[in-house]
Design a protein around this ligand. Structure first.
Ligand SMILES: [Zn+2]
Length: 191
């Protein structure tokens, strides 16, 4: 549970997220995940309410989304990376906020190791200890009735069937909920 506690404290302290947006949360999130080894099949997600917005972050083993955790060796590998990136850029394939809240996605960021724009600058490219490599994705939803947000369905289980469990944390203005989601129970109830 160490990682979950870190996750929660990270977001509670994350004025950086609120002030400077998804990019800086990424940078901090990457540091957070590097502090411990990941387990295949297991991901982490956070849901944070910021006024009328729902901020979602996902960190998951690259191996569960792409099939490997190294630089692509050929065109087929590159296609797998591109495919996973495309899927993650479609917010609906990762998370579906309950319809009562009237949320629509306004921002999507995907940090895929060894792929796309992040390639040259991404320190994940170097894997000297043979440690695991994570994929990070962030989403911002603007919600018409954020107070009516009572559930979030984690659709990423269907998109990436290798994922089996997600340690999820929800930080709202009055409630904090931590829960372990499974592919067989992918709905995070917030109320
Ligand atoms: Zn791994």
């Amino acid at each position: 549970m160490v990682s979950l506690i870190k996750l929660a404290s990270f977001f509670l302290a994350a004025t950086g997220w609120m002030m400077t947006g998804v990019g800086s949360a990424f940078a901090q999130g990457v540091e957070r995940r590097e502090a411990h080894a990941h387990v295949h099949g297991a991901a982490e997600m956070s849901f944070v309410i910021d006024r009328d917005r729902l901020l979602v972050e996902l960190a998951a083993p690259m191996g569960d989304m792409v099939g490997f955790e190294s630089a692509p060796k050929n065109a087929a590998d590159r296609m797998k990376i591109d495919q996973a990136t495309r899927l993650l850029n479609d917010a609906a394939r990762v998370v579906a906020p309950g319809t009562a809240a009237g949320c629509r996605v306004t921002e999507t960021s995907v940090r895929m190791p060894f792929g796309g724009a992040a390639r040259s600058a991404d320190h994940h490219d170097h894997d000297p200890k043979g440690s695991h490599v994570d994929v990070e994705a962030s989403y911002v939803f603007a919600c018409r009735s954020i107070g009516a947000l009572d559930r979030v369905e984690v659709t990423v289980f269907r998109t990436f069937p290798e994922l089996e469990t997600i340690e999820a944390v929800f930080l709202g203005p009055r409630t904090q909920v931590a829960r372990k989601l499974k592919s067989s129970s992918p709905v995070f109830r917030l109320k």
